[in-house]
Design a protein around this ligand. Sequence first.
Ligand code: NI
Length: 248
Amino acid sequence: MFTDTHCHISKEEYDDIDNIIKRATDNGIYKLINNGCNRQTNEEVLQLAQIYSNLYCAIGIHPDSAGEYTKEDLIFIEAHIDEAVAIGEIGLDYHYEGYDREKQIELFEAQLKLAEKYSKPVIIHSRDATLDTITILKKYPNVKGSMHCFSGSLETANIYLKLGYKLGFGGVTTFKNSKIKDVLKQIPNSAILLETDSPYLTPEPIRGTKNEPQNIRYIAEFVSQVKNIPLEELSKITEENVHNLFDI
Ligand code: NI
């Protein structure tokens, strides 16, 4: 039994959500946290959470939408905060040229303030922005959460752990040239969360196909080998980590 702590299930991505959920459940993924990224997907993850009892939702504005978000989008998040288990996916992304650093930071901090106000965990996206992410998270010491798709160094991992964050491991961890497994080996078990980031980042050995939450089993198997922990025990450990962070 595992929880997919980070996925994006929407009608735009999947023709048959019933089956996606069923396949996940059949493969021992009993709980999923579906992440919104903008106003439209926030509305959808809230609706889907009403339909499927094991599909929880996180609502937030992704840094890629920093250019077009409005105050109303933040008001919407605050109005629906009780229906969400976390604020996410939020953060900083300096990967593509033309990003607006100031705007991203403004948006990120506005959502961290909401997390602080309502004691909600956050699900964080940080890409090519480690230093700013750390500087900003330090300003909100009461906020805890998950560093989604963690792919940094051991040093960075330890900083996040000290700040009270856990690390989300997904498909990228299983990629052949990935160095994340070396970090994984050295961090405490209490730091590990599993996630698929469906429909993106499909794990080995089925890389190249469209990702979906049932594939968490490949990630779990990989982590279990790297950490030398039997699957059943890994399930207990990661479920405990999930419950330490999220009210699900
Ligand atoms: Ni994501």
